[in-house]
Design a protein. Sequence first.
Length: 162
Amino acid sequence: MAIGMVLAIAIPLVTAFVLICIICICISRRRKPFVKLPLHGSSLEEIASVESLLLDISTLRFATSNFSEENKLGEGGFGAVYKGLLTDGREIAVKRLSASSSQGFRELRNELVLVAKLQHRNLVRLLGVCLEEQEKLLVYEYVPNRSLDTILFGIISSSTQN
């Protein structure tokens, strides 16, 4: 009789455990697989082949007069921004990420892929990137006037004062 009691308890428990395992396996297989961006190989070639955004550092040095202070538009937590003029006449803004920036290569690459795919009339367009000579440079189209935070906070502060 004791063996009958043990079997009466053990069989439903084992069956429930097996069913839970099967359900978990089925659910995990139905989910979309998590896509990881590969970090092996040459990441520069991956960016170039996917987005064709790579620019030559000599071109950007020439466009910004070697990142001169006269062309400096501002500086933020991730680095300085310089105005430049390409040989084809386009004005650009070059964001030079500082070496002390906490943004690593993985985050930078993810940002590049995301920003390259975003296009909207209210967004500044990413034109290219340069990852040569330990530099991390993002090249955007130049939009004259003030920075977005100046415009937003200027509107907010003037509206709250009235």
